[in-house]
Write a protein that binds this ligand. Structure first.
Ligand code: HEC
Length: 112
């Protein structure tokens, strides 16, 4: 293969990678959200749960908070009943990627 063709191919592959990695992160984040956050938050997965603790939905959070603020909330003590086992850094990245990906969804009823 010609060197220039190889270069073009490599460049094309690299260009595709972030999107694929992002999809994987949001998928994992969604699973985590369902497992650890959905008791209190509407996590934007289309399942209509009854929320009583006054936690804003993840769609609302995505639209009204900056990624840094969201991440800080995942580590800051004082968030009511955050999971006992601390989330790993990777878990937080997955969750953040998932929450941020919801910014384009329609807002939910009952958010602050
Ligand atoms: C036991 C209930 C509960 C669980 C579980 C829970 N939250 Fe919350 N969360 C709340 C409540 C209540 C609030 C609103 C009061 C506050 O901000 O502390 C909140 C607020 C937040 C906010 C800030 C919203 C704002 O106004 O800026 C973020 C971000 C957040 N939660 C993310 C998460 C994530 C991610 C998880 C899962 C890892 C999670 N929460 C699990 C109850 C919960």
């Amino acid at each position: 293969m010609q060197r220039s063709a190889l270069f073009a191919l490599t460049a094309a592959m690299l260009a595709c990678m972030p999107a694929a990695a992002f999809a994987e992160e949001t998928g994992r984040g969604k699973t985590l959200a369902r497992d650890v956050c959905s008791n209190c938050h509407d996590i934007g997965d289309g399942i209509d749960r009854v929320m009583t603790v006054g936690a804003p939905s993840f769609v609302w959070i995505a639209q009204n908070r900056k990624p840094g603020e969201i991440e800080a909330k995942m580590i800051r003590p004082g968030h009511p009943d955050m999971p006992e086992a601390p989330l790993t850094v990777a878990d937080r990245q997955h969750l953040l990627a998932y929450i941020v990906s919801l910014a384009g969804e329609a807002a939910q009823q009952g958010d602050p």
